[in-house]
Design a protein around this ligand. Structure first.
Ligand SMILES: [Zn+2]
Ligand SMILES: [Zn+2]
Length: 336
């Protein structure tokens, strides 16, 4: 059983509005780990919450170690490009993505096991609208996730494993570098958040937005399959976070962790629900209101809560009506 990371909070009428079925306490607080002046107590709490409990990140690391040891091809096999091990990497990536996104979709949207509790948007997935490929939001999202999503995520892993196996990218072992091995795990999500912010801001340049990023943004109301539902060009840019392996000495387990964190992890953060409740306790953190606001209002909250960029560059939406007005103004200036 997972440990409750966030103490269950009473949910009252102040947590819903005309716009939202549920929202957390507003305005959103500053959850960035880069606070000025630095707050050691906040940082210690962040470290403990994310890494000293059975958090989503710790579960992902455990899963990554298991996947690497049990179902990935050995690194030596990757010395030359051959169909067998490449197909194996694709199959593992496909399987993990399908299990996480499909499992969440089944639980929340087919079984409706949690009803509308902690669901941000009242609406369910859309159907019968030509906006979507196959006129069905879920089928559309599955198509873009399992096709180009899994495809690009596989391609990057193949490229990196091939390079690691041939010594073209630096590799470490746990035995020789246990401290860096662990530290790198903690730093990888921070790197990904940094990378995501800049790629994402770039995708909001009107020309790119209109041709590429709009595909992801058709999902105003998101579900687990929306997380990795992106245009191939966006897949290429978004998953390039894995290329850190060419610069920083890491282990293939870090690669598997990055795959899980950026791929199926995106399905978790787009579930449309804030947390998974087990016996009325918040057990697994899923979506963030922060990114849900991005999907509703577009030109705000490009990054994620742990990074300070949105606050520094004035694009932070804290959930208030004033922030919505500011965001609409910004959108008008950008798109005319
Ligand atoms: Zn999104
Ligand atoms: Zn966006």
């Amino acid at each position: 059983m997972l440990k409750a990371r966030i103490m269950p909070r009473e949910i009252g009428p102040e947590h819903s509005s005309a716009e939202w079925n549920y929202h957390p306490d507003l305005p959103l607080k500053n959850a960035s780990i880069f606070q000025w002046p630095p707050s050691p107590a906040f940082l210690a709490r962040w470290l403990a919450q994310n890494w000293l409990t059975l958090s989503e990140r710790v579960i992902m690391v455990i899963a990554s170690i298991g996947l690497w040891l049990l179902v990935y091809p050995p690194l030596e096999a990757a010395q030359s490009l051959s169909f067998g091990w490449i197909a194996q990497v694709w199959l593992v990536t496909f399987g993990v993505t399908f299990a996480v996104a499909g499992g969440l979709h089944w639980f929340f949207y087919m079984r409706k096991a949690q009803g509308l509790r902690l669901k941000f948007d009242k609406r369910g997935p859309a159907k019968g609208n030509r906006l979507w490929t196959f006129s069905d939001q879920v089928h559309d999202n599955m198509f873009w996730t399992l096709g180009p999503g899994v495809g690009f995520l596989t391609a990057y892993q193949v490229l990196i494993l091939w390079a690691l196996a041939n010594g073209w990218a630096p590799v470490i072992t746990f035995a020789e570098n246990p401290v860096w091995f662990c530290l790198a795990m903690i730093l990888l999500p921070i790197w990904s958040a940094f990378h995501f912010y800049w790629v994402h801001r770039f995708l909001h340049v009107p020309a790119l937005y209109n041709h590429v990023h709009v595909l992801h943004h058709r999902n105003v109301n998101v579900g687990p399959w929306s997380g990795m539902s992106m245009h191939p060009v966006e897949q290429l840019l978004y998953h390039s976070t894995l290329l850190i392996h060419f610069v920083v000495p890491l282990h293939p387990i870090h690669l598997v962790f990055a795959m899980v964190y950026n791929g199926p992890g995106a399905a978790m953060t787009h579930t449309g629900y804030e947390d998974l409740l087990i016996k009325d306790k918040r057990r697994v953190a899923l979506g963030t209101f922060y990114h849900q606001l991005h999907h509703r209002y577009y030109e705000c909250n490009y990054g994620n809560q742990e990074m300070p960029w949105d606050r520094w560059f004035g694009t932070f939406h804290d959930g208030s009506a004033e922030a919505t007005a500011e965001t609409r103004d910004r959108k008008k200036k950008m798109f005319g």
